[in-house]
Design a protein around this ligand. Structure first.
Ligand SMILES: O=C1O[C@H](COP(=O)(O)O)[C@@H](O)[C@H](O)[C@H]1O
Length: 239
């Protein structure tokens, strides 16, 4: 069940991106010496990323990770990090070493997941997540039309993964390419978590989340504050 106090409803996709921009700025500016941000892929966050190009943020202290990746070459337009670079990271003064891509130039998605898990653990400085010390300052989440988040699709064994931090996953919908995804315990280890959900195609899944039905996005229970940025179309108020 999604409580109303977790919802930030805006008129349309532009207003949603602006509301999320302010949340992103406030959360990052409240961070400490090292700020860990987990971005997401897909089409919805692109507007937010473009807005953030012009914002004065302490990029030298910000480390960027990704919730999931499509196992395609780094310059493929379907690659999530490639979108984040084009829309945001190529336009700001972030040190190269602060961008933590999920490599797709390995022998398999399983190998990429293992490498990314090791990178996350090295960054965190421990093999076990401590709820008192979240891994990320901020996690951005998307939701697909089928209710998936990151690459955690309905029916996937990855939904109940409790030990691994990153796993290989099959795609439940377009684009049908193998994926690498962070798991729920890792996505939940954050001070602030925000879903960006825009457009009428998301209305059925969002309604299911609001009713507390079993869709992957509804399972996310961050240790920090959760906000759902939605627009009227996603809320089913516009056709
Ligand atoms: O495939 C993916 O889809 C979801 C949702 O994306 P959207 O295009 O509907 O906004 C996204 O969160 C995920 O990162 C991506 O790999």
């Amino acid at each position: 069940m999604l409580d109303d106090h977790h919802i930030n409803q805006q008129t349309d996709a532009d207003a949603l991106a602006r509301a999320a921009e302010q949340w992103f700025i406030d959360t990052v500016r409240a961070g400490s010496d090292r700020i860990a941000v987990c971005l997401t892929g897909g089409s919805t966050p692109e507007r937010l990323y473009r807005l953030l190009q012009a914002v004065d943020l302490p990029w030298e202290r910000i480390h960027v990770f990704l919730s999931d990746e499509r196992f395609v070459p780094p310059d493929d337009p379907r690659n999530n990090m490639s979108m984040a670079r084009r829309a945001l990271l190529d336009h700001v003064a972030i040190p190269t070493n602060n961008v933590h891509a999920i490599s797709t130039e390995t022998s398999s998605p399983e190998e990429s997941a293992r490498l990314y898990e090791a990178e996350l653990k090295a960054f965190y400085g421990a093999d076990r997540l401590d709820p008192e010390r979240p891994l990320f300052d901020l996690v951005l989440n998307g939701m697909g039309d089928d209710g998936h988040t990151a690459s955690l699709f309905p029916g996937s064994p990855a939904l109940v993964e409790a030990e691994r931090w990153a796993v290989a996953a099959d795609a439940g919908m377009e684009p049908h390419v193998p994926r690498v995804t962070l798991t729920f315990p890792v996505l939940e280890s954050c001070r602030a978590s925000g879903f960006l959900v825009s457009g009428a195609s998301k209305a059925v899944a969002l309604d299911r989340v609001r009713k507390g039905e079993h869709v992957p996005a509804a399972r996310l229970k961050p240790v920090g504050r959760l906000t759902w940025f939605i627009d009227r179309a996603a809320a089913g108020e516009q056709r």
